[in-house]
Design a protein around this ligand. Sequence first.
Ligand SMILES: [Ca+2]
Ligand SMILES: [Ca+2]
Ligand SMILES: [Ca+2]
Length: 187
Amino acid sequence: MLNDLQLRKMAHLFALLDVDDDQVIDKMDYTASADRLVNAFGFAPGSAESQRVRERYARLWDEVTLPMDADGDERVDLTEFTAGFDRFVTQPEEGYSRHIAPVADAFYDLMDTDGDGRITRTEYLRMAGSAFRMSEANSLLAFGHLDLDGNGSLSTEELHAATEQFFRSPEADAHGNWLFGPLPSRA
Ligand SMILES: [Ca+2]
Ligand SMILES: [Ca+2]
Ligand SMILES: [Ca+2]
């Protein structure tokens, strides 16, 4: 069972991914996210880079999201999303490495536009603002909480640790809770 904090984290991520705000995540939302990312990164339509983004979103749908679709309508609502993360990612000890780490690596790889193996504040902000619809203020807040030594960049190891905390930690003070910006206050 996910605790209240974990439920809020999942609801927050769900809202960021539901690009058309119709309370379900479907293939259209991921197509829209991929478009936003491609535009923000300045990839030409039809280029190898934009093709790579679309392939990664297609895999995110087929391999991570669709398995959560309990009633088979090819749309994932918040209940299915939350239950799916609990079952696939939070409960199993290897849930992060099996289901999330490959996706996270694909995003880190896209974010790291200069290919130096570190994610700078600028690289993070571009991804957060496009694919995850985060405001610049929230992205800066998030980065500040993730960059523990304050040197302005994150290693992929640091990012993996934070990402695993976002998806699995029940602890209120886990810095990875900030991965997608501040959680909205309870409704
Ligand atoms: Ca939607
Ligand atoms: Ca469904
Ligand atoms: Ca970099």
